[in-house]
Design a binder for this molecule. Structure first.
Ligand SMILES: [Zn+2]
Length: 426
């Protein structure tokens, strides 16, 4: 039943260390075999000569906006954007309206994703009820309903004792706590990285210490209670050093970085473009280089987009007033291939690992490997395809991208979920 042969691709599978031309046979939504020169010819054969076949990319940090803010994005449009961008699975953050802080909302997201979604959707439940940072949400019932992690993302967990209890509870249910690291008392009304650029522009600063001090706090808490901590969107070299220090002490902390923090710095805000306003903010060139080095060296578990759709009108205001956040699902892969892989700064297998194997492991979900028995989820890349980013053509309802007009070489051209081609632009 539904047998499919993907023939002649350069298969890059970091989990097994494979990087070579292979055929991949699929049946019933799963991988049957991976070998050179498979002779079986099932009803459907897809020729992938000259293309890269990678394990399906998983974006572990996406804001779908449904329920509650469907003018920005819906589960259907977010999934379509993911498929077009080469992602086979996404984790959806809890800051919807209502907040995903109970079984009913988790179930609603999964039901809607089954009805209208093309990619796998992994709901992330809230840490605290209403994201208010006061009382723990019912983590057990959300996990039962299908939540794979908890996070108050969009907001930090200010109360250290609440964070401590979240780590303890999440540990009981075998799920990670995904942490948005920000000390609000240090950020104040900051809207851009505190440094010479913000000073010159007269913008209130968002100091790096506001992120790093919270990372340090949570690493210590995770060490004490043994929970699984995942640090979201790390932006500073010092944050990475803290994570390294904690790992050396045996704490199994994981972390992610975003495509925009890997490729842009606070210089980008010179023109007050609100599509360069994100939280955490774009940092210095030194920080950016540290993130790229950590990605190349395999210290970064995941590249995650923090896809944060906003309506055009909401971003079309003065820099200080604009909401934080940028979309990323449809630009992440080409931006990273063009700016980091083509330049030789990050080896392709390291990038593939951070887009597949790493997030699968950090979230504890299936996928991230091209091996018999694994789900037949794949991302196909054309490393020579050249195209210009045009937000007008996005599947996402939103167009708040910092990469508009960038000419990029290396694009995802096919997305396969459970053996079904859900996007094909070869
Ligand atoms: Zn965040």
């Amino acid at each position: 039943m539904d047998r499919l042969l993907l023939r002649g691709a350069r298969v890059v599978d970091p989990a097994s260390g494979l990087d070579g031309v292979r055929d991949v046979l699929v049946a019933g939504g799963r991988i049957v075999s991976v070998a050179a020169g498979i002779t079986e010819r099932p009803p459907v054969t897809i020729d992938l000569d000259g293309l890269v076949l990678a394990p399906g990319f998983i974006d572990m940090h996406v804001h779908l906006r449904e329920p509650g803010q469907e003018h920005k994005e819906t589960i259907a449009s977010g999934c379509a954007a993911a498929a077009a961008g080469g992602f086979t699975a996404i984790a959806s953050m809890a800051n919807t309206e209502p907040v995903n802080d109970c079984r009913a909302v988790t179930e609603m997201i999964l039901a809607e994703a089954r009805r209208h979604g093309s990619v796998r959707v992994y709901p992330v439940g809230a840490v605290s009820k209403g994201l208010e940072g006061r009382e723990l949400a019912p983590i057990g019932e959300m996990v039962e309903a299908g939540a794979v992690a908890v996070s108050d993302d969009g907001r930090p967990i200010e109360d250290a004792s609440l964070m401590r209890r979240a780590l303890q509870y999440a540990r009981l249910f075998g799920i990670p706590v995904l942490a948005h690291e920000e000390d609000p008392s240090l950020v104040g009304d900051g809207v851009a990285h505190e440094g010479p650029v913000a000073a010159r522009l007269g913008l209130p600063g968002w100091p790096a210490a506001a992120e790093d001090s919270m990372i340090a706090r949570d690493l210590l808490l995770a060490e004490d209670v043994g929970g699984r901590l995942h640090i979201q969107h790390v932006t500073t070299g010092r944050g990475l050093e803290l994570i390294r220090w904690s790992r050396a002490r045996g704490v199994p902390v994981t972390c992610e970085v975003t495509p925009h923090h890997l490729t842009l710095t606070d210089e980008a805000i010179e023109g007050f473009g609100t599509n360069y306003k994100m939280n955490p903010p774009l940092r210095t060139e030194e920080d950016r280089r540290a993130l790229v080095g950590a990605l190349a060296g395999g210290e970064v578990d995941a590249v995650a987009t923090d896809h944060a759709p906003h309506h055009r009108d909401e971003k079309a205001v003065e820099f200080r007033q604009a909401p934080f956040g940028v979309v990323g699902l449809e630009t992440a892969v080409p931006v990273l291939l063009d700016r980091l892989v083509r330049t030789g700064e990050v080896p392709l297998p390291a990038l593939v690992a951070a887009l597949s194997t790493g997030p699968a492991r950090a979230l504890g979900v299936a996928g991230g490997r091209i091996a018999p028995g694994e789900p037949a989820d794949f991302t196909v890349l054309d490393l020579e395809r050249e195209r210009t980013v045009e937000a007008a053509g996005f599947r996402s309802r939103a167009s708040n991208t910092p990469f508009e007009g960038w000419s990029l070489t290396g694009w995802p051209v096919m997305t396969v979920v459970a053996g079904r081609v859900i996007h094909d632009s070869r």
